[in-house]
Structure formats: C-alpha cells, structure tokens
Design a protein around this ligand. Structure first.
Ligand SMILES: [Zn+2]
Length: 138
C-alpha cells in the first residue's frame, strides 16, 4: 500500500519540493524555528538538496560580491560612453524609443544610461552603470 513507491520518477519527492521552496529563505538567513529544523534535517539526508543549496548560496554570494565590491569603473570609459552618447545618430536611435522612461533626467546622461543599459548584462556593464549613477548624484 505504499504510494511513494508509485511516484513519478521524474518528480521530486515531497520533502525535496518543500525543502527547495524554503532554500531561498535559508540562504537569506530568514528561515528560523521549526521550519529551519525540518529543512536542516532533510538536508543532512539528501545530497540532491545539498547540491541545490550550494548552488543557491553560490548565486547569492556572487550577487553579494557584486553589490559589495563597489567597482570603480575607469573614468575614461565613462567619458568615452558620454562622448558616444553625444553623437547625434546614437542619441536619436537610442533615446527616441525610451523618451518616456528618461523624461526629467539630463539628456546627455540619460542617453549614457541607455547606452550603458545595452551592455549591462556583462560585469563591465554593471560597473559602468554604477559609475553612471554616481555621476548623476553630483
Ligand atoms: Zn531532497
């Protein structure tokens, strides 16, 4: 009469599913009390869930590192971007579709933000974006 033995082999066991839904809170240090003890106990027994926990910790650590590192982009890079942004062709092409999104900001910097946004998926893009935000506050 074991229902567990008939479970779909592709599906995670119930305890694994519940553990994984709690992993983000565990990584954030927000999982406490009874829930924490249940998850800890499962992790001790389940290698698959430990692997998933390690993966989520890696991602969280990488994001934390990006936030904490406060990368200082080379000044020349920003100057170059602003120079590119000042050229009419790019300004028209980049700024027009996003006009609503940048209204109120200074045009040159807005275009720079958009230019930076185009490369923001890279680590360098992130650094430039942070630098551009800092410029804006001055
Ligand atoms: Zn598990």
């Amino acid at each position: 009469v074991s229902r567990r033995s008939r479970r779909d082999p592709g599906a995670l066991p119930r305890f694994c599913r519940e553990t994984r839904s709690a992993l983000p809170a565990l990584v954030d240090g927000e999982l406490t009390g009874w829930s924490r003890r249940v998850v800890d106990r499962h992790l001790r027994r389940c290698a698959d869930c430990r692997v998933e926990l390690a993966r989520q910790r890696d991602v969280a650590a990488a994001l934390q590192h990006l936030r904490a590192a406060s990368p200082e982009p080379p000044a020349r890079l920003i100057e170059d971007l602003l120079g590119i942004a000042r050229r009419r062709g790019i300004r028209q092409r980049v700024a027009v579709p996003a006009r609503g999104a940048v209204s109120g900001a200074r045009p040159a910097l807005s275009v720079a933000f958009l230019t930076v946004g185009a490369v923001a998926s890279t680590g360098a893009g992130w650094a430039i974006w942070r630098g551009a935000r800092r410029l804006r506050r001055r």
